[in-house]
Write a protein that binds this ligand. Sequence first.
Ligand code: HAM
Length: 419
Amino acid sequence: MKPLSGFRDLLPGDYARRRYLTEGWRDVARRYGFVEFDGPTLESLELYQKKNSGGEILTQLYQFTDRGDRTVALRPEMTPTLARIVAAHDREFSKPLRWFNVGSCFRYERQQRGRLREFLQLNCDLLGERSVTADAEVIALLIDLLRHFGFGPNDVTIRLSDRLAWHDFLEQFGIKKENTADFLNVVDKMEREPQEKTEEKISLLQHSGLTVDKLRDFMASPRIPVLEPLLEELEARGLRDFIKPDLSIVRGLAYYTGVVFEAFALKGNLRAVAGGGRYDRLIHDLSNGAVTLPAVGFGMGDAVMLEFLKEVPRATDREASFHQATAACQVYLVIADEAQRAHAIRLAQQLRDAGVRVAFSLAPERVGKQFSAAENVGATFAVMIGAEWPQLKVKRLSSREEVSIPVESLSTWLSSEIS
Ligand code: HAM
């Protein structure tokens, strides 16, 4: 039986790929002083409906009534959960908070390459700081996450925009800040829809004189003044090459209030690799005004990143060396003489105590079959234990080179070879 459409079984090879990603995520996030937290995968439906997430995501919820008659939903994103947790524990932490999470999210979307119904998301959020330096810090973290996996400015671009620029523009057409959501939704879809559809949508909204051409002219503006301080900060960090100011990025989620950004792979025709922005009102709204905490952050999906890693040779090679270094087994003990099995088992235990990953055949087996098993588990060395015990033959499986060493020297020899 297969898993449900949009869900994955991760076999050990797939899981190893995902572990490569999540270990990298955690390493880089910690380098920026971020600490890991977690929350529940199931939340009350109200958390998403309370004009928080908004937009398309509400139509993609896995929602149901539980056995206690509560209306609940599997989380489609982490941000409302984070906002709920932070609002509830506001007094326990000094600010700013630098928090990250790696967890599953669920969206009832149509399955495509890099788009699933259950996916893992890395979320990094900086809370309690309103300055442009916080925006720069979070964007720098996003770029370093991409660099960590081997991507450069020719492989990926961060498209950067600011909803404040949109609010100012829309105000000229009599559209108030609190009514911009519908317009921003139209802009969000514009790139993917025919012009007539955009025109039709705009004509249905209340405004004075806004046309698709005026929207396009605005989006083509060469400069976005409100972004200048942030661009300067990113320039000072040597990261400007990754950035492309682009007003067509507005983001589909309702809660963003300022800078917004999305990271796009320049190869492979994939959906956004990551997206985020500033959301200074979400925690305030969600706590009914009890806690006000400005925030900025982003989410990055595993499914898109795993596809992207296959597109760029530098990234693919880097991943391959990780898998080599973390292969299931470093040493396979080939028991060529069953009379030595007890010695072999004791040796396996000693090597494992010394931190070496060891396997051996659990039942008597032909030597040739044991060598195949050693190859199958990705072992670097096969150690042959035969009638010459305590003298051993050690074979490097990649080159077939062989050395003969006494058992008491094996551990030291292996530790220098493995390192
Ligand atoms: P989002 O743009 O909806 O933002 O998702 C962020 C990333 O999650 C996407 O760029 C994509 O890599 C991945 N993703 C989203 N949906 C799917 C899917 N169906 N299948 C596979 N991957 C997917 C948010 O979720 C915001 N809460 C991010 C955020 C954090 N903003 C501030 N802090």
